[in-house]
Design a protein around this ligand. Sequence first.
Ligand code: IMP
Ligand code: MG
Length: 177
Amino acid sequence: MEQDIERVLISEEVLHEKVAEVGRQITKDFEGKEPVFVGVLKGCYIFMADLLREIKINCSVDFMAVSSYNGTNSTGAVKINKDLSSDICGKDVIIVEDILDSGVTLNYLKNYLLVRQPASVSIVTLMDKPARRKADVYADYSCFEIPDEFVVGYGLDYNEKYRNVPYIGVLKREIYS
Ligand code: IMP
Ligand code: MG
């Protein structure tokens, strides 16, 4: 497994420190509100678990599952595989995403959620690859800006593998080429 990783991009220690910092910021910004965190499965699951333990206000949690990706190349098409299980009308929604790449997925999701008339929709992403952006979408909270490299670990996969790697690593090129 770890022999397929070229190098560590973000260590466990740095991940935990930064995620805690962003959690404190969100806690401050949403003081007096009761946001609903909407995780985008599956990539969000470890980030979301760590982030939510740093949120010190009342909140709720929901999930969506979308597919837009085959291997390392976005197909551009977004399909909803699992929708919300709660009503978000009038609520402050915070979308939790693993990585903002072309932005196609988040742009679609944000517009999809806005139709249900939430009070607000914010985006928190673990990583942002601004060099790859195609859609006009921005993260309100981004833990790490990273270069245009394919990364795995801490919930992120390549063809469903490597989600259990505890840090963010750059995958060896021969694995996906
Ligand atoms: P977007 O629609 O192009 O922004 O794609 C976002 C989704 O693509 C993310 O939620 C990830 O699931 C996947 N993705 C993009 N870049 C990477 C990467 O470097 N490693 C693993 N998954 C990625
Ligand atoms: Mg994802």
